[in-house]
Each structure stands twice: as C-alpha cells, then as structure tokens.
Design a protein around this ligand. Structure first.
Ligand code: GDP
Ligand code: IMO
Ligand code: MG
Length: 430
C-alpha cells in the first residue's frame, strides 16, 4: 500500500506518462504535484495515442482517481479543453479532484512569458510560453490567484486588480504592450468557475485519508530532475520543484508518508529549450536517434536536442530523488547501433568529475568521458521477460545499474502500454 513518487531523471520527456499508465490498474490515485501545461505526456493504448498536458496520466485508467495538487499551476481553458477532448473519446474524467490552493495561470502571465523571452533574445530560456514562470513568480510574490478565489467574486476582483497594477506597468512601460483589462481577466476566470466547483477539494486531506485507508497513491512529476528550479541546471530550468521532494510541498503530503521513488531514465538523453548538455550530438548519429525515437516535443512540436546516455546525471538523479527503482525507457531505440557510448564521468578543464560539478561554469565546460558498449543489433520490441533480451542488451542494463547505483526494475521496449519488461514491482513487493 505504498505512496510512490515518479520523477524524470533527465531533462524531461523520459516517458513518465507511459510509466504511470503501466502502473495504472494497481493505483487508486494519481497526483500531479508540480508544473502545468508545459508538460506533455504521450501514452499509447491499443494503438491509440493520447497526449496529456495538464491532466495526470492516471486519468486514462478506469477507477483511478486523478488529482491536481496545490503545487500545480492551472490554465482553466486548457484544463477543460483537455477534459472535453478525453470525454469525446470515451474517457471518464468525472472523478478529477483539483486543489483549492492551486494557482491559476492568468492571461497576462501567458503574454509576459512570451514577451520576456523575446526581450531576452539570445539569452532566452526557450520556455514553452504557457505562462508557467510568471505564474510561479506571482505565487512567491504573493500576488497569485488561486482556485479558491473563484468562489468569492469580490475578493477575486480585488486580487486581479492588485496583480494588474503591477502587470500593466510592466506590459505598458517595459514591453510596450497593451494593458489588460480587469473585466477581461475576470471573464476568463469566471467562465469556468461553475464547471470546476464540484471538483475542488482540500486535496491534502483527500490524500491523507486515502493513505490512511491503505490506498496506492502515485505522485507523478512533470518535467524532471535537471529542470528543477533548485537542483537543476539553473537558470535553464522550469519554475517548480520537479524532484521527489516536490511531491511533499506540491501535494501536501509529509516526507514520512512516501515509501518509494521511481525515476524514469531514457536510454539516451534529450533536452528541449536552451542550456548546457554535455553529451549532446550535433552530427548525423544524433539526427538518426531523433528520427528513430521520434523526438519532437509533445507540447511545442520542437525537435528535441539529442545525446547519449549520461550516467553522471543518472547518479545525481538517484541521489537527489532517493530513487528506489529506475525505469529505463526507449531501450528499443538503440537496437540498430553497432556501439553505444555511455557517459560515465566528465572532464572539466582537465579534471575528472564523477559527480555533477558544483558550479554552472564547470557544467558548461564538462566534456563527456565515454565507455563504449557493444550494441545488440536485434529487435527487442517483442521481448517480455529479461531473459529474452540479447546478452549485450542485458549487459547494457546492468552496466547502467552499476553506474547509477539503484536497481533497474522496468525496461521499456516500445511505446505501447504492454511493451515493457518488469523485473521488479515498482510497488516494492519484491
Ligand atoms: P514524458 O513527458 O516523460 O511523459 O514523455 P513524453 O511522452 O513527452 O515522451 C516520451 C515518448 O516516448 C512518448 O512518445 C512515448 O510514447 C514514447 N515511449 C515511452 N516509452 C517508450 C519505450 O520504451 N519505447 C519507445 N519506442 N517509445 C517509448
Ligand atoms: P515533461 O513533463 C521537456 C523546458 C522548456 C524550457 C524550460 C522552461 O513533458 O517532461 P517553462 O515553460 O517550464 O518555463 O520552460 O523547461 N520544459 C520541458 N522540457 N519536457 C517538459 O515536460 C518540459 N517542461 C518544461 O523547454 O527549456
Ligand atoms: Mg513530455
């Protein structure tokens, strides 16, 4: 009856959505605790593709209650668009629960996200432009608007007016944009208030009760370890805590209740947006891997930057998240390579680093030190047990295990729900 946190080990898009879906029927609750519609999870069920942004991936499993925690930033328009699209495909979304304390993405923050990026020019972060950063900044500045504010209209208006005092100065005077009217913001927020009302709850209390009753609860991170605002490659990060500890603040669940931490590690590395990336490939091998892996963003459609697996990052993810189990995804994407380089350490200005360098400057200078493993040169997509994998493939998995220092419990061999090999239970039963 565990509480499990599921995180991305790299820079996102590791296949978190699929891992959640794999646990699906064994879960009673799936909780999104950070981020917003900057996330993009693709899940393939019986050949049907679902792209989720704001809703927890558990919504695709009948009987599993999806929860949007207080740490999430919610764009109401996107939320209901996504709900309507799923309902139209026969997915029941009626059990969704949304925290009264979650912050709302206001229209001015979507505009500010885009114009600040434009102003940064070559120093831009490459954000998803969904208003994520400005909304979290407002939360910390204590001028944010929360879900519960929708149900006290006069307070809502006061809060929107207070926020607009600042925002309109910035839009007009700094960015030379038009001011946003209070009525415009009120109209966008209130449009969805009645529809949202039955879903709103004290989600921390809901989850405490569920855990007391021995339910299985999965806390599903958006983004990933190296995009975490405190422990990632700052400033090239998102604006929330995407590591396992973020589940505690972002869902209102204490650390003493978390039993297991699963990290999703893609068999190679990708990154969307700007920032340092030691194993990045700028050659035709990278292009080949992008094509094989179809590495184009679920949210923005941008081609993802590609590199070999970096186990310095894997080791860091294991430590900072307290990983009990790794899931290696997309191992099948390496089927055709003769040799597979794996980064095991960095050379930073002539000094070997086995751990993540302490400073941004050193990380920018990090050159990968590779160990080259032989490929297995066969199609593993049909394998369903560990023993069926070719010897070189098993050697690769065990090499990674040794490098990151935690067990690899699940291996993804294809995008479909059943295209996995389970060596150990992520629920910790073996
Ligand atoms: P997320 O953001 O971590 O949920 O990951 P994305 O959905 O953005 O990207 C992962 C992509 O990899 C999706 O298109 C998945 O369908 C796909 N995928 C996940 N696991 C596997 C796997 O083991 N093999 C293959 N070939 N594709 C996978
Ligand atoms: P999932 O959950 C990959 C990246 C953006 C940008 C930086 C900041 O699908 O793994 P933001 O809009 O969050 O302020 O952008 O973070 N980014 C992601 N990259 N996967 C994601 O989510 C991401 N969410 C944000 O590309 O570099
Ligand atoms: Mg994604």
């Amino acid at each position: 009856m565990p509480a499990i946190v599921l995180v991305g080990a790299q820079w996102g898009d590791e296949g978190k959505g699929k891992a959640t879906d794999l646990l699906g029927s064994r879960l009673d609750y799936v909780v999104k605790f950070n981020g917003g519609n900057n996330a993009g999870h693709t899940v393939v069920i019986d050949g049907e593709k679902y792209a989720l942004h704001l809703l927890p991936s558990g919504i695709l499993t009948p009987g599993c209650i999806p929860v949007i925690g207080n740490g999430v930033v919610v764009d109401l328009g996107v939320l209901f668009e996504e709900i309507d699209a799923l309902e139209a495909r026969g997915i029941d979304t009626s059990t969704l629960v949304v925290s009264a304390n979650a912050h709302l993405i206001a229209p001015y923050n979507r505009v500010l996200d885009k114009v600040t990026e434009r102003f940064l020019g070559s120093r831009k972060l490459g954000t998803t432009g969904r208003g994520i950063g400005p909304t979290y900044a407002d939360k910390m500045s204590r001028i944010g608007i929360r879900v519960q504010d929708l149900y006290d209209e006069s307070i809502l208006r006061q809060k929107v007016e207070a926020a607009l005092d600042v925002k309109n100065q910035m839009l007009l005077k700094v960015y030379n944009r038009r001011a946003v009217e209070v009525d415009e913001v009120m109209a966008e927020f209130l449009r969805y208030a009645d529809r949202l009302r039955p879903m709103v709850a004290d989600t921390s209390l809901v989850l405490a009760k569920a855990l007391d009753e021995g339910k299985n609860v999965l806390f599903e991170a958006g983004q990933a370890t190296l995009l975490d605002v405190d422990h990632g490659t700052y400033p090239f990060v998102t604006s929330s805590n995407a590591i396992s500890a973020g589940a505690c603040t972002g869902a209102g669940v204490p650390p003493t209740r978390i039993d297991r931490v699963t990290a999703i590690l893609k068999a190679f590395t990708t990154r969307v947006g700007e920032g340092p990336f030691p194993t990045e490939l700028h050659d035709e091998v990278g292009d080949r891997l992008r094509e094989i892996g179809r590495e184009f963003g679920t949210t923005t459609g941008r081609p993802r930057r590609i590199g070999w697996l970096d186990t310095v990052i894997g080791r860091y993810a294991a430590r900072i998240n307290g990983v009990t189990d790794f899931v290696i995804t997309k191992l099948d994407n390496l089927d055709t390579f003769d040799e597979i380089p794996v980064c095991v350490a960095y050379d930073v200005d002539g000094v070997r680093h086995d751990e993540m360098p302490m400073t941004q400057t050193d990380f920018h200078h990090a050159k990968p030190i590779y160990e080259v493993l032989p490929g297995w040169k066969s199609d593993i997509s049909g394998c369903r047990s560990y023993d069926e994998l070719p010897a070189n493939c098993r050697a690769y998995v065990e090499f990674v295990e040794g490098q990151v220092g935690a067990r690899v419990s699940v291996i993804g061999v294809g995008p479909g729900r059943d295209e996995v090999i389970e060596r150990h239970s992520l629920l910790g039963h073996d």
